[in-house]
Design a protein around this ligand. Structure first.
Ligand code: SF4
Length: 241
């Protein structure tokens, strides 16, 4: 569990390294240290509780319930509801975006705004039904003003995504956009460079692709994205054989 926490870059590991206040420090500094240590100790405890709960979960509905009751990061305070994800629970292909936006937050479903409509058109062009794939996001709660979720928020939400993917066990993941790619592959990944190249996360092949919102802003990105989709379809066909 400690190893997993380190891999996620999740701070609670620091609890182990933090020294408790020494008698030689003045009271104010010792108080600050105690507050800091107790804050991370609480978070470590919370994380441990989530991991323990996750270990006993063997269905997506149960996992959804756990996520819906989650308040592990500040995003929950600013959103209307947790947007867990939807689609085929044993999909071969999973799309992972960054975070819910305003429409998703209102309806409780991923990719239902303008970008979602474009994703639907892309699926149709690829001869795929939305109901046969699975669609979710790295963070399940909408960040304020649709800002990019912070590293810490993504790390807090990662146990849900990781367990979600273990339960679905897809053949291929499409990481939509920079934040999803950075969360799954490398924190400094650049989507312009990494898109179209096969990566791996948790043993699952990942194809980083431009986010549909980026295609709406810059239609010039549609052509390379279509090439990436073709590569995914080819690989899906190969693994299905
Ligand atoms: S974004 Fe994820 S970790 Fe944060 S409160 Fe929502 S479900 Fe919990």
């Amino acid at each position: 569990m400690i190893e997993e926490s380190r891999r996620m870059g999740d701070e609670p590991d620091n609890v182990k390294q933090e020294k408790l206040p020494l008698g030689s420090k003045d009271a104010e500094s010792a108080g600050r240290d105690r507050t800091w240590t107790s804050k991370w100790a609480d978070q470590y405890e919370q994380r441990r509780n989530v991991d323990e709960k996750l270990a006993s979960i063997d269905g997506l509905d149960q996992l959804r319930e756990l996520a819906e009751a989650c308040d592990r990061c500040p995003l929950r305070n600013g959103c209307k509801q947790v947007v867990f994800g939807e689609g085929n629970p044993s999909a071969g292909l999973v799309f992972i975006g960054e975070a819910p936006g305003a429409d998703e937050d209102r309806l409780g479903r991923p990719f239902v705004g303008r970008a979602g409509k474009l994703l639907n058109r892309m699926l149709k062009a690829a001869d795929l039904q939305r109901s046969e794939v699975y669609i979710t996001n790295v963070v399940k709660c909408r960040p304020p003003n649709n800002r990019t979720p912070k590293r810490q928020e993504r790390a807090r939400c990662m146990p849900y995504l990781r367990h979600q993917m273990r339960l679905i066990s897809p053949s291929i993941i499409i990481a939509l956009g920079a934040a999803a790619t950075q969360s799954l592959i490398h924190p400094k990944a650049r989507i312009t460079r990494m898109r179209g190249s096969w990566q791996k996360w948790e043993g699952i092949p990942v194809m980083p692709m431009f986010h549909p919102a980026a295609l709406l802003r810059d239609p010039g990105k549609k052509k390379p994205t279509w090439r990436d989709i073709q590569a995914v379809l080819k690989e899906l066909e190969r693994v299905d054989d």
